[in-house]
Design a protein around this ligand. Structure first.
Ligand SMILES: NC(=O)c1ccc[n+]([C@@H]2O[C@H](COP(=O)([O-])OP(=O)(O)OC[C@H]3O[C@@H](n4cnc5c(N)ncnc54)[C@H](OP(=O)(O)O)[C@@H]3O)[C@@H](O)[C@H]2O)c1
Length: 322
């Protein structure tokens, strides 16, 4: 067990340094095709969560610059308005809207979903990007551990509540969830709210990101007849405001080697633009290609068997009908 944990961490650090940095991207980009990014997506409705900063901002800008109608879901009105105004100026696209919603609150997500669903319009692309690493144990007003609330419950509730609108956009609808390579270090666990005594926010984050990958795999299976594609992805290591704030040591140690926000968003935008036939629903993507969900000998693959019981817990926490 101890050796396996040590192996996962070592493999993540070495593999990450080789592939997740800017030089990793430069290497992988030799295989990129510029025509992949040339599609225009006017008339497609997109939601990007956490769109005021970092990878979410760059994603919203990337979609808006290709003509999409973009709904930026942000928790803070002022930060959201400032980001929206910048994106409008940069892209000249007037079809960008702000939706204020705190993704750590199921009740707020339900209010947003009911407001947004009343527009009764198809939703083509949902990007579950909002996320955080909180190092202290913080409990939300709904009694949830904060990392879990935003990274897992927020992603789960938003996706489930948007499914009816996404079905209206079938067969072209897709859900793109921004996970993290950090998930390679953690198997799936039923201990969703980190009950252990010594809280470790980075470990909790990596567990949350593993849940996103397993959920995506399960959604693809559960909803295979709905015409919706489900993809999880890793942006690589990008120099975002979130990384500077939550991982200052990492950010300093890799100064100059991290990707830009736009480079972090590259595969999200790529997934949004590709013809669905090119993509594999349920798969995990990195640098415009399907990537493994598990390192060899890491002992994480078998853990996905508990995803059904995790979904039961999430349904119950969100008070969704069974
Ligand atoms: N950067 C990387 O190297 C990296 C690597 C792997 C995965 N990721 C993933 O990429 C995604 C974006 O992260 P980032 O690096 O771009 O960080 P970021 O700059 O901190 O952006 C995170 C976004 O999520 C929003 N957010 C956080 N909590 C929220 C809540 N309760 N309700 C609504 N929005 C909330 C933030 O809003 P505020 O501005 O209001 O806080 C912000 O807009 C995350 O899912 C992260 O796990 C990033």
């Amino acid at each position: 067990m101890f050796l396996q944990k040590a192996w996962r961490r070592a493999a993540f650090s070495i593999y990450g340094y080789m592939h997740f940095t800017k030089s990793g991207l430069q290497d992988h980009a030799k295989k990129f095709k510029s025509e992949d990014m040339q599609a225009q997506i006017e008339g497609k409705n997109c939601i990007v969560t956490g769109a005021n900063s970092g990878i979410g901002y760059a994603t919203a800008e990337g979609l808006a610059s290709r003509g999409a109608t973009v709904y930026m879901v942000c928790r803070n009105k002022e930060r959201g308005e400032a980001a929206l105004s910048n994106i409008q100026t940069m892209t000249g696209n007037p079809n960008i809207f702000l939706e204020v919603c705190d993704l750590s609150s199921v009740s707020d997500i339900k209010s947003f979903a009911s407001r947004f669903s009343s527009k009764d319009q198809p939703l083509h692309i949902l990007v579950n990007n909002a996320g955080l690493i909180e190092h202290n144990r913080v409990t939300t007003s709904e009694g949830l551990e904060l990392n879990f609330a935003v990274n897992v419950v927020g992603t789960y509730a938003m996706t489930e509540l948007m499914l009816p609108l996404m079905e209206k956009a079938a067969p072209d609808a897709r859900v793109i969830t921004v996970s993290s390579g950090g998930m390679y270090t953690s198997p799936l666990t039923n201990d969703l709210q980190f009950s252990e005594a010594n809280f470790d926010g980075t470990l909790q984050y990596s567990r949350n990101k593993r849940v996103q990958v397993a959920l995506t795999e399960k959604w693809a299976e559960m909803y295979s007849n709905k015409g919706i594609g489900f993809y999880s992805m890793h942006p690589g290591w990008a120099d975002t405001p979130g990384v500077t704030k939550s991982l200052p040591g990492f950010s300093k140690a890799l100064s100059g080697k991290l990707r830009t926000n736009e480079e972090g968003a590259d595969t999200v935008v790529w997934l949004a633009l590709q013809p669905k036939e090119k993509l594999v629903s349920g798969a995990f993507y990195f640098d415009r290609a399907e990537a493994t969900k598990h390192f060899p000998l890491a002992g994480t693959a078998g853990s996905h068997a508990i995803i059904n019981s995790i979904i039961d817990s999430l349904r119950s926490l969100c008070k969704f009908a069974p």
